[in-house]
Design a protein around this ligand. Structure first.
Ligand SMILES: [Zn+2]
Length: 62
């Protein structure tokens, strides 16, 4: 899968706030994901981010 900034993705585990949806806000060596439930931002190494993302829920608008 290829990812774009602004994509909404689903992860295996839910955030403590209960949401499993995240917006990708940065792509590179690290990915930044913003929780769609509480807006908490996490930074993850690319490999780990790709491992926990199960699907792209909504593509960013072109
Ligand atoms: Zn959250």
């Amino acid at each position: 899968m290829d990812y774009n900034i602004g994509d909404i993705v689903r992860t295996k585990k839910q955030h403590p706030c209960g949401s499993k949806l995240w917006e990708i806000t940065r792509i590179g060596v690290d990915f930044k994901l913003k929780c769609q439930g509480c807006e908490h931002v996490v930074t993850l190494p690319r490999e780990k981010a790709i491992k926990i993302i199960t699907k792209i829920e909504k593509r960013a608008e072109e």
